[in-house]
Ligand binder design. Sequence first.
Ligand code: NAP
Length: 455
Amino acid sequence: MLSSLASSHPCPHRLSFTLPLRPSRPRLCFRACHTNQPLTRDSTASLALSQSGPQSRPPLATLKIAIIGFGNFGQFLAKAFSQQGHTVFAHSRTDYSSIATSLDNTTFFKDPHDLCESHPDVVLLCTSILSAEKVLQSIPIQRLRRSTLFADVLSVKEFPRSIFLDLLPSDFDILCTHPMFGPESGKYGWNGLPFVYDKVRIGDSHEREVRCEAFLEIFRKEGCRMIEMSCKEHDEIAAESQFLTHTVGRVLAEMGLRPTRNYSQGYDTLFQLIENTCSDSFELYNGLFMYNKNSTDLLDRIYAAYEEVKKDICGMVQGILRRRLYGTTGIEEHEDRVARCEAFLESFKKEMPYDENASGIHFVALTIGMILSKLGLKPTSIDTKGYETLLKLVEDTSRESFDLYIALFMHTKNSNELLEQLDVSLASVRKTLYGRLHDILRRQLFDQPGIKAAL
Ligand code: NAP
């Protein structure tokens, strides 16, 4: 029912749901082993401190970092950690022993108990957003040192902050981070790429500060733009732009656009956007959808903007037709635009060798630009490369006149077909998202024995 609702387009209904979906749970109250031991140099033996004079940079250290969730992003981070000389312990649902073996200083632990007994300095949660809570609960934290630093890299921030505070004993330090790049956008290096972090709870001791700084130093050293920001602020600024970027990438991918030699206007960034967003798992996109309270509203706004663009096209095309049939539209300004549009069309005919694919890509890019222009996007302090591509598209589109857009619509033989494909792709992405949401809600409802019996 939800998925059929989602697929009926345009969708006047707004589904509303409240997140987080997890029921409240009593706080865990067991303590980690060695709880009675004070944190000493000894207990942070793997921290190999170097110089730390008042004028110098923060001291460097070699850390033992446990990556929990050794999928796409976990492995990507592990490479950088191990290349910088840190020791990586990895654990995941899937056995990635052979991948770990191929990396320097990296060991895969099938059993999380063994990993925890190796006493990492940092435990980095790197699982999907949707599995994060379950995975955190499955870590035998009683085997860790009580001074352990817990960090995460989830693309949303208030949620991991809340589960850390809820589920970890107060002795553990907490650092929430978001490297705002991925294996694709960061494959040529991390220089200048934003890294957001929030020191949620760092114990009041020099060693704990040093360890936290040593972890942050990994990203600093790679040239990341370090941005300290609260989890709340991060989500307010980034949740919507990330979800929008991934949606545009996935919709374009659904349309099956393929690069062509003749496209002129730097649309390579658009193809990069498709590559970057679609090389990430659907699970990640779904997490952005589920943990962004504005995502359903944003989907509705995209649809509404798209409908408006189509209406604008119809208005102009009717104007051209009327002029051709009756010689005048009766409205001077409109007539001017129709004439300009016809002039563009003439110049297209004369100057541009017709290439259906190139023309189609140009038309789709401008259409997306038109839709995004209606959403009123704004640059933020933590834009990803993908979001920058969207902003650039809006800027490029605003430089082109609407008359040129209509001329391109007329010039492109299959423009109507492309608009239809865009319709279908938008509906398909939305249907998949709501389908997953439906599955999750159903599982939550029917997996609880009391409710199951009542229903
Ligand atoms: P992802 O699909 O978000 O997460 C994949 C990871 O989650 C894998 O390690 C997988 O374990 C684990 N996982 C998924 N479902 C699980 C379950 N039910 N139980 C236990 N483990 C489960 O893809 P990702 O790209 O690797 O992202 C990992 C985290 O990094 C996410 O929180 C994401 O938001 C964040 N992040 C990603 C990027 C990026 O560009 N990719 C950038 C910044 C932050 P197995 O592989 O063992 O199945």
